[in-house]
Structures are given as structure tokens and as C-alpha cells.
Design a protein around this ligand. Sequence first.
Ligand SMILES: NC(=O)c1ccc[n+]([C@@H]2O[C@H](COP(=O)([O-])OP(=O)(O)OC[C@H]3O[C@@H](n4cnc5c(N)ncnc54)[C@H](OP(=O)(O)O)[C@@H]3O)[C@@H](O)[C@H]2O)c1
Length: 260
Amino acid sequence: MPDPTFAGRTVVVTGAGTGIGRATALAFAGQGATTVVVCGRRKERLEEVAAEHPAIVPVVADVATATGARALADEVRARGEGLDVLVHNAGVFRFSPLAALAPDTVREVLDTNLLGPLLVTGELLPALLARRGNIVLVSSRAGHNPGPGSSVYAASKAGVHSLTRSWAAELAVHGVRVNAVAPGYVRTEAYRANGMTDRQVEGLFDAVAGSVPLGRVADTDDITPWITRLADPAASLVTGQVITVDGGMDTGAGQTDQDA
Ligand SMILES: NC(=O)c1ccc[n+]([C@@H]2O[C@H](COP(=O)([O-])OP(=O)(O)OC[C@H]3O[C@@H](n4cnc5c(N)ncnc54)[C@H](OP(=O)(O)O)[C@@H]3O)[C@@H](O)[C@H]2O)c1
């Protein structure tokens, strides 16, 4: 029996060619969403996701640019369906010790992780308001519990926590909810994008798992149910919340030198 939770709904997931975004797009499609518009910069990765489910519509768009945000919104507007769920997932993580911090790295991280949600929400707000839709942002526990070597990333995600609360306060009057999920370490391609080999990534995860109170690094399937749950109409009184999914690291029971 198909799951009808999002039947008749239109969903946008940014950064959905890989990782958490990909799994999230497939989760919404699997729960009956009529249309799931996905974006990213690599066309081939988006096409691979779209091939997995007929509801998924790929749009090549860079969320860090006004042109990209407009291209994504144009696809939603052209469908004339309004927008029920907007998931801001596109993000980049860069190891960046303070002494080696390059201005280009600062711009890349802030433009993608913070400016991106602002630009995309700006474009899609009328479509969201029309459907009393809701927003879920993919943040990080680094936004409230930063570690060494990732100050710009942590600042960008602290900004995402702040957007979550301020948009929730501003949009509640329109019936629009805004929430965030803040993962700890998740097994995705993000680490390879920092030049790490598969072996180095597994070494990091093995080391980190020992400091996760619940004993393991997350898979994408540990994160997506929280995104769909917050977007679900059943959560209609939940807004302005940042849900941390980190295996208990925030309890302080574990310690780590690096942060995801
Ligand atoms: N993995 C973790 O441990 C972890 C922990 C906490 C939070 N997070 C957050 O989870 C989110 C997803 O990351 P992930 O771990 O799933 O990594 P990922 O596999 O690298 O996914 C990130 C996706 O974002 C897309 N993207 C990057 N810049 C973009 C841009 N300017 N415009 C459009 N799309 C863009 C990438 O595709 P293109 O390169 O093709 O554009 C990629 O598909 C991020 O916000 C990240 O900060 C991850």
C-alpha cells in the first residue's frame, strides 16, 4: 500500500544530487509527493536521482547565485502548483584552520550555506505562502557546538539556526512553519569533497564513532525521517525548532577534536 502522506504536494529539495538531499528527495517521492523538484550544479547526479522516481524533476541551479535561485523558482512557478515543502539542504563543509583561512573559502561556505537559503526562500516565498507550505533547513550540530578547524562552516550553520527561528517568528502569521535538522556526522560524499580518500574518511568515522554516545556515525536514512516528519502536516504546531540528530554528542558524554 503506497504511503500517501505527501500526496498532491509539491516539494523542493536543494543539493539533492547526492547525500542527505538525494535521500530526502527519494523519501518525499516514496511518501506520495506529486512533484519533487531537485537542484544542484552537477547535471548527471541530478539525472541519476530523477531516474529513480518519476515524481523527481531535476533543475541544474547554483543556490549561491541569484540566477540559480531564480532558475529553481521558475521551474516551480511554471508548474503553477504552488509549493508545499521547501528543504534547504545544499551545503558545503570545508576544513579550514584559522591560520590557513582563504577569503575564497569563506565566500564559498557563506554563499552556499547562508546566502543560498536566503536567495531561494526570497524567490519561492510567494509560492509557499499560496499553499501555507513549510520550510526545513538542513543545518549541523556545529551551528551550536562548533569544533576547531571549521569556524566558517560553524558560523554559517549558526546563521541557519538563526534563520530558522527568525523566519518561524515572521511567517507564523501566514501559517508557514520553519524548522531545521542539525545532524552530527553523516556518511556522505561531503568528506571526499575535502580531498579525503575513502580510507581517510573511514578512519575519521571509526575514530569519531568512539565519541558518539550511541556508538556510530549516521547514515542518510537516520536523517531523512526527521526532515519528512517536520514537513508532515502532523507537525502542524511545530515551528522554530532545531532538532539535533547526532547520536547523543550534544549530551557531552563524548568528545571529538573535529566537528561535522
Ligand atoms: N555529512 C555530514 O556529516 C553532515 C553533518 C552535518 C550537516 N550536514 C549538512 O547536510 C547537508 C547535505 O550535505 P551532505 O553531507 O549530504 O553532503 P553532499 O553529499 O556533499 O551533498 C551536498 C549537496 O549540495 C550540493 N550543492 C553544493 N553547493 C551547491 C550550490 N551552490 N548550489 C546547489 N547545490 C549545491 C552538491 O551538489 P553539486 O556539487 O552538484 O552542486 C551536493 O549534492 C549540507 O547542508 C551539510 O552541511 C552534513
